[in-house]
Design a protein around this ligand. Structure first.
Ligand SMILES: Nc1ncnc2c1ncn2[C@@H]1O[C@H](COP(=O)(O)OP(=O)(O)OP(=O)(O)O)[C@@H](O)[C@H]1O
Length: 229
């Protein structure tokens, strides 16, 4: 599905590369964690997959095609099939829960009928039925992040990219959100989560990609046998 081939990323004004000769293959339906110290390159990798950034060298391929070569309409399609989830939720404060989720479909040109069908289903899936008319400020952090997830899944994406999604949440909320990501993945959506939450990574027993200084240092499928890190 995604192949990252020997990718390096140098930002202007930064002497060390954010990513250096980084390669990774991700298949449809994978669930993987990106871990590593602050500055290791996790967010950069997510931005490269979304094509918010482009590599300085190497290529990011989606179904065999370099996303750097995408024309405008292919890029829009690419972004349509990816749901992004952020640490700080990035909800629109003036909009209700329903309107925040609906907005994700409005911007991609969905019909009002489609919006009426899909939005309630996404809200229900993340466990926020009854909160449709609440504003973000009236919700807990965990609930706000559920809205963030509803907004991502309402587009029925092939892949969810989440950058530190539980960073502002307590353990219990983090655990519940991870379980929600697991449900979404079970239905076939690829899930990639950058995180510092080692306890979650340990509990979830998924594929773990460890980065250090922009390099891949470990790619392992966690099983019940391996809890070392
Ligand atoms: N827009 C930018 N301009 C210049 N340097 C950047 C930019 N974005 C990231 N960097 C640098 O690239 C390196 C990798 O950053 P990145 O945000 O990808 O790391 P990270 O692993 O996600 O870190 P964290 O866990 O703190 O979010 C860091 O040295 C960072 O300072």
């Amino acid at each position: 599905m995604i192949e990252i081939k020997e990718v390096s990323k140098h930002y202007n004004g930064s002497h060390a590369p954010a990513l250096a000769g980084f390669s990774l293959q991700v298949e449809q339906g994978d669930f993987l964690f990106l871990v590593g110290p602050s500055g290791a390159g996790k967010s950069t990798l997510i931005k490269l997959i979304f094509r918010e950034q482009t590599p300085s060298a190497g290529a990011v391929l989606f179904d065999g095609k370099s996303i750097a070569d995408f024309k405008q309409n292919e890029l829009l399609n690419h972004r349509r099939r990816i749901g992004m989830v952020f640490q700080d939720y990035r909800l629109l404060k003036q909009k209700t829960v329903y309107e925040n989720v609906a907005f994700a479909l409005e911007v991609i040109g969905s019909s009002p009928k489609e919006i009426r069908q899909k939005v309630p289903a996404a809200i229900e899936k993340v466990g926020l039925k009854g909160k449709e008319n609440s504003f973000p400020t009236e919700l807990s952090g965990g609930e706000q992040q559920r809205v963030g997830i509803a907004r991502a899944i309402v587009k029925e994406p092939l892949m969810i990219l989440a950058d530190e999604p539980t960073g502002n949440l307590d353990r219990e909320n983090a655990r519940q959100l991870m379980s929600l990501f697991e449900d979404i993945n079970r239905e076939g959506t690829t899930v990639i989560i950058a995180t510092h939450a080692w306890d979650m990574v340990d509990q979830m027993q998924k594929r773990v990609i460890a980065l250090e200084n922009g390099r891949l240092v470990r790619d392992e499928q966690r099983g019940s046998y391996g809890r070392e890190h």
